[in-house]
Design a protein around this ligand. Structure first.
Ligand SMILES: Nc1nc2ncn(CCNC(CO)CO)c2c(=O)[nH]1
Length: 286
């Protein structure tokens, strides 16, 4: 594809946003499929469609708006991505992750990434929320890593560790808040597997992924790695929107589809908003 964004192009994207909004965000939120409601709770909102930013990618998936929303949440200044990008849309990993570098240039120090995912762990139920403690970035293992190519040392080092990619303090805080608001029954903590998509995984692929992972999706890893590269604290959370068909002999009606992914997002929207809002409120003490 076309050459990657240069540092000055990324600065140009940040400038378009700075010229449109007084907000100086310290927190970034990437809203997953059907989870765009997270941006609705912001106060004093500024909305900037991706299409208003020259040469910036645009979302092409049902359930994704395609805009930045800046505003206040519990005293913190937040920038939300309502609509994100995916490998299956044909975007390379570096382009999917470029909004994270723009957020870094705007001053974001902590990134919350949410997504919809299929449950592989048999103890998980549709509607569960899984705090991500680690990931299996399958496409990344095959070279579709957002950091491939010349290292942009303005953001970070050439070779970064991902041993502690999902911040332990924020995970502890999220578990404590889940207890506090009484939703521990359906708040899990586990490992996220990323596949490229757009086809859903075969039973054989699911059984392989389930050796180390609890849920599977088609996003999140490129953004998490890029956030770590530029020194952000990262918090990831999956909404389990369906149970995966782990064996070819299971009946057809369990097969995943996009409609149930969107519907489950609506079901749990309030809880997700409450969880994220409370973690944002208390995160500086963890
Ligand atoms: N088996 C399975 N179930 C899932 N439910 C949600 N997603 C996340 C992908 N969501 C796509 C299609 O809904 C839209 O981004 C998946 C997935 O990748 N695999």
């Amino acid at each position: 594809g076309m050459p990657m964004y240069t540092y000055s192009e990324l600065e140009g994207f940040a400038k378009v946003i700075q010229d449109r909004s007084e907000h100086k965000p310290s927190v970034g939120i990437i809203c997953g499929t059907g989870l765009g409601g997270l941006a609705d709770v912001l106060e004093h909102k500024t909305v900037i469609p991706y299409s208003d930013i020259p040469h910036f990618p645009v979302s092409t998936v049902k359930g994704h708006h395609g805009q930045f929303v800046l505003g206040k949440m519990k005293g913190k200044t937040v920038i939300c991505m309502q609509g994100r990008f995916h490998l299956y849309e044909g975007y390379p990993a570096w382009k999917i992750a470029s909004p994270v570098r723009v957020m870094s240039l705007l001053g974001v120090k902590t990134l919350f990434i949410t997504n919809a995912a299929g449950g592989m762990n048999k103890n998980y139920n549709v509607g569960d929320v899984m705090i991500i403690k680690d990931h299996l970035f399958f496409p990344g293992l095959a070279g579709m890593n957002p950091l491939v190519g010349p290292n942009m040392s303005q953001f970070g080092e050439r070779f970064i560790s991902t041993s502690h990619l999902y911040d332990a303090g924020l995970r502890k805080l999220a578990r404590d808040i889940a207890k506090e608001i009484g939703c521990s029954d359906f708040v899990q903590e586990g490992v996220y597997a990323m596949v490229g998509g757009p086809s859903f995984e075969s039973p054989a692929e699911l059984r392989l992924l389930n050796l180390t992972c609890d849920v599977v999706g088609m996003s999140t890893c490129p953004e998490a790695i890029t956030a770590k590269h530029c020194g952000m604290r990262v918090f990831g959370m999956s909404l389990v929107t369906n149970k995966c068909l782990m064996d070819v002999d299971l009946t057809e009606e369990d097969a995943p589809n996009h409609v149930e992914v969107l519907e489950t997002g609506k079901l749990r929207e309030e809880i997700l908003q409450e969880l994220v809002t409370k973690v944002v409120e208390k995160m500086d003490n963890y």
